[in-house]
Design a protein around this ligand. Sequence first.
Ligand code: ATP
Ligand code: MG
Ligand code: MG
Ligand code: MG
Length: 474
Amino acid sequence: SKKTVNEIRSTFLDYFGKNGHAIVDSSPLVPRNDPTLMFTNAGMVQFKNVFTGQELRPYNRATTSQKCVRAGGKHNDLDNVGFTARHHTFFEMLGNFSFGDYFKADAIELAWNLITKEFGISPSKLTTTVFHNDDEAFDLWKKIAGLPDDRIIRIPTSDNFWMMGDTGPCGPCSEIFYDHGDKIAGGPPGSPDQDGDRFIEIWNLVFMQYEQLPSKDGGYERVPLPKPSIDTGMGMERLAAVMQGVHDNYDIDLFQGLLEASAEATGASLKGPQATSHRVIADHLRSCSFLIADGVMPSNEGRGYVLRRIMRRAMRHAHMLGAKDPVMHRLVPALVREMGGHYAELVRAQALITETLRLEETRFKQTLDRGLKLLDEAEAPLAEGQALPGNVAFTLYDTYGFPLDLTQDVLRTRNRPVDVDGFNAAMEEQRKKARAAWAGSGEAATERVWFELKDEVGATEFLGYDTEAAEGAV
Ligand code: ATP
Ligand code: MG
Ligand code: MG
Ligand code: MG
């Protein structure tokens, strides 16, 4: 019989536990002590200071199943959701870590034995990559896994060289890919069409062997780390798809439970073109619920605005499926059933999650229908492919509560871009007007401070789109 997601997770943790690793809880999605990072997006995030030596732990090997969100900042997979077989906004990253303990040979051997022996994945379906000049890793894959040369692919790009930031630990990495077969479009890693979904990256092993430091000439230099470390990350949903004999992450047991709940709550079948909407709903239900459980609340800035954007996108898809009443909150019991066993915070926060989703959806419903109607009307006179004027996108944002990316998501399947510069200009125009109106009110003393504050807050409002300082991900 096939292993369920819950069984796969515990097999992974037990395996590394038996091999001397401390089994450590997932850290929250809001990183502690790291204002540069919007959300935890990899297993190594909670260990950053352990890798640099600033923090000591009572173990030098650890394993986790880490909650990750990639819906803002440098790693943003929001637009992939529903369209690729392998991307989520929320996923679990299974990882093992060595803090100056074992290195490359053991990391490769532990990984290979787990997936081919413990999990029984056929070696003939696996391909690995190494950084182009990492002969050591190439030779180890050959020796330990017995892979032929043409299935150890040398990659010269940053995909196979990991850095924590401009300075700090860094090193080459290896990625393990599973070949789902020639019925699916996509080429092997390193080929021009590698972003197809045929060869799916399941595991990424990072060999931290250098430290990058500022050099005298104003650039950077790399020096070998005295005690090299290991950081790995495997997407649990992708592994589960392989283990359950399906290609698509959304076909694994956990997602089937969520998709069925979505079909029931909306009354829309899972088949046909609406499948994408159900997938978006199932995915966004997870990220929204886990974010709320970790203390993020919908708001108009920063993390809360990213949450609001995800929620509203899901709500628009529920609307497309014909749901008349709020839907998202009704799916929470299914999520708790699937994931509450391992993540107790979901159970603890169930009432808060339900109420937050219900409130947000009830409020947004009032403007969603009217906003969509306005959008249709604005589109009617436009030619095929012509951009939606920025001022329309701004009205949708300002009056109807449509985040820019929601409007873009609506128009995506109609192949219509949005004039983003025009949108930003309209936003700036409104700021100026507000400033002028305020200046006229005669409260000169507080006014300057207030506007400086507002500009600062305004600047963080779109954090999710582009700005993010150096962040660590596997
Ligand atoms: P991809 O190239 O497929 O986008 P990645 O190289 O960006 O993946 P890593 O940063 O190496 O991913 O993360 C480690 C592992 O986490 C990946 O090998 C993959 O199995 C999983 N993973 C990464 N992003 C996602 C996602 N958005 N949804 C589900 N799993 C993911
Ligand atoms: Mg990626
Ligand atoms: Mg990759
Ligand atoms: Mg990777």
